[in-house]
Ligand binder design. Structure first.
Ligand SMILES: Cc1cc2nc3c(=O)[nH]c(=O)nc-3n(C[C@H](O)[C@H](O)[C@H](O)COP(=O)(O)OP(=O)(O)OC[C@H]3O[C@@H](n4cnc5c(N)ncnc54)[C@H](O)[C@@H]3O)c2cc1C
Ligand SMILES: NC(=O)c1ccc[n+]([C@@H]2O[C@H](COP(=O)([O-])OP(=O)(O)OC[C@H]3O[C@@H](n4cnc5c(N)ncnc54)[C@H](O)[C@@H]3O)[C@@H](O)[C@H]2O)c1
Length: 472
């Protein structure tokens, strides 16, 4: 029998969510243990947010240079040095991962336990090094991993997921990206802008979780200019000596096959259940194995188990993982009197050019929708980034903003502004009372806001000008 470690709060998984949970539990006075088999860095730093944004940054440079012609700037002989692009991605990524690992070293002695955990009973964990943990409360924060169905796994060396794509030595010549969610869209466009001949497939007709059909139509037109886009198709992969052959067929008569050097499977992520053995934890879970929990407390039923991060499969995003962790950690420490937290407005972005974002509620019954078209918006046109559409949804009768869908230039800034306004319960009229600098992309929002004002009894504030300066 190995050693038994005891604590008030044990956190399983040292990713963004687990680190936040341990920090919060300790700050609230609990004795803690943080258990992870690797302590190699978070998904965000090692294979997620940061390497993907680094690749996108290189792609943006390449795209900007290639599209400089209309500004009277001719750049001849553009050469993309694939190994150098990927090396910078890894070098910068490794720096972020190193900083994350340093934060493990800052943990008080004895808290980090390098092992894989599984439940043997409520409040009891077996570690794979033979030790046991007895904890009054447990936070599960084991994250998620890429889905790779057997037909794709059978491609061997010719298939990559986001876990392995950044380890390539060089860019492929022809790439198939299967899955047009956040990962597929971001990486397919980035590789295409880096000169890789790219085809993006999805069995669904809709990309990137956009809810508004008009915004999706605009996204479709933008992405289809960058790469070969095939939505609504079933894909069958076949291994070949020097890559893979993809056969596809769809309801619209889109049938074909092509050879690719590499396939990127971006088919979604599933929670890392591993051999946690949730039955032994004494908690109820759904058909996918996700424990039933309350998002405001992150507590599973009336048990002493809490969830945080991608494992909870609510909104698998970085800012939600850290918020989950803070809520779960505090409540695990405060047990048995959990505090219900206000959750952020649901808010997700996809870092394509232009940016895709969905915020809050979709266009629904009773909602008033205003639109901003960026195809001819002043500042967007000045910058040669005039492509995109934004729909802004407000509740009747007061024009309180409730949600937005967009594919928009400077979308990451617009999306933040709107997410904050929506979370604060602001009305269209209140936003129009704020200063809008000229000429900016933000100014474009006025169109959508004014439409909402006109459709509600609370019209444009009387002390605000209703005119439009040139290029607004
Ligand atoms: C390619 C990609 C790009 C992304 N880009 C963005 C983005 O731009 N913006 C954004 O907001 N989000 C993005 N995300 C999502 C974001 O990275 C995740 O939501 C976030 O990292 C989840 O953190 P986590 O703590 O839940 O999981 P993780 O960081 O994965 O941590 C889970 C930890 O649990 C450990 N573990 C697993 N099983 C056990 C066990 N049995 N015992 C002990 N430990 C265990 C693992 O070793 C790991 O360290 C991206 C994700 C990917 C894949
Ligand atoms: N910018 C960001 O915030 C960002 C970036 C990347 C990832 N992420 C996070 O990572 C999560 C996972 O991303 P993802 O893109 O892998 O998942 P996803 O669930 O968003 O998209 C998966 C896509 O694959 C398609 N698909 C599944 N099986 C298929 C098959 N056999 N053939 C064809 N198409 C198939 C689905 O229809 C879907 O469109 C996201 O939900 C997001 O939370 C966030």
């Amino acid at each position: 029998m190995g050693e038994t470690l005891r604590c008030e709060v044990a956190v399983i998984g040292a990713g963004t969510a687990g680190l936040a949970a341990e920090r919060a539990a300790r700050a609230n006075g609990a004795s803690t243990l943080l258990i992870d088999p690797a302590f190699s860095g978070t998904t965000c730093a090692t294979v997620g947010c940061m390497p993907s944004k680094l690749l996108i940054a290189a792609a943006r440079r390449a795209h900007a240079v290639r599209t400089a012609g209309p500004f009277g700037i001719e750049v001849g002989g553009i050469a993309i040095d694939g190994p150098a692009v990927l090396q910078r991605v890894r070098d910068e990524r490794d720096r972020f991962a190193r900083l994350t690992r340093q934060s493990f070293e800052d943990l008080p002695p004895g808290i980090a336990i390098k092992a894989c955990a599984r439940f043997t009973a409520p409040g009891r964990l077996a570690l794979d090094d033979g030790r046991e943990v007895e904890a009054d409360r447990v936070v599960i924060a084991t994250g998620s991993s890429p889905v790779l169905p057997p037909a794709f796994a059978a491609l061997g060396e010719s298939v990559r997921t986001s876990d392995t794509i950044f380890e390539m030595d060089d860019l492929p010549r022809r790439l198939a990206v299967v899955g047009s969610g956040a990962i597929g869209l971001e990486l397919a466009q980035a590789f295409a802008h880096l000169g890789v001949e790219t085809t993006l497939f999805d069995r669904a007709e809709h990309m990137g979780g956009l809810r508004c059909a008009r915004v999706h139509e605009r996204l479709h037109a933008i992405i289809a200019k960058d790469l070969d886009l095939r939505l609504g198709v079933e894909v069958t992969p076949h291994a070949e000596d020097d890559g893979a052959r993809i056969e596809w067929s769809g309801g619209q008569g889109d049938v074909g096959e092509a050879h690719f050097d590499l396939v990127l499977a971006a088919l979604g992520r599933s929670p890392q259940l591993g051999d946690l053995d949730l039955d032994a934890a004494g908690i109820a879970y759904d058909e996918k194995g996700i424990p039933l929990h309350d998002r405001r407390t992150m507590r599973c039923g009336d048990s002493a188990v809490f969830l945080a991060g991608d494992f909870a499969a609510d909104l698998p995003l970085l800012h939600e993982a850290s918020h989950d962790g803070a809520i779960a950690g505090r409540n695990a420490a405060a047990f048995p009197a959990p505090v219900a937290a206000e959750r952020h407005v649901p808010f997700s972005m996809i870092f394509t050019e232009p940016t895709v974002a969905t915020i809050g509620a979709a266009q629904g019954e009773g909602a008033v929708t205003g639109t901003t078209d960026f195809d001819d918006q002043g500042r967007a046109r000045v910058e040669g980034r005039n492509a995109g559409l934004l729909t802004l949804h407000a509740a009747a009768p007061d024009g309180r903003l409730i949600g937005a869908d967009m594919v928009a230039p400077a979308g990451e800034h617009l999306a933040h502004m709107l997410a904050w306004a929506i979370q604060q319960g602001r009305t269209a009229s209140e936003l129009l009372s704020m200063p809008f600098y000229h000429p900016t992309i933000e100014e474009g929002l006025k169109n959508a806001l004014r439409t909402i004002c006109q459709a509600t009894p609370i019209d444009l504030p009387q002390d605000q000008d209703a005119g439009t300066p040139p290029g607004a």
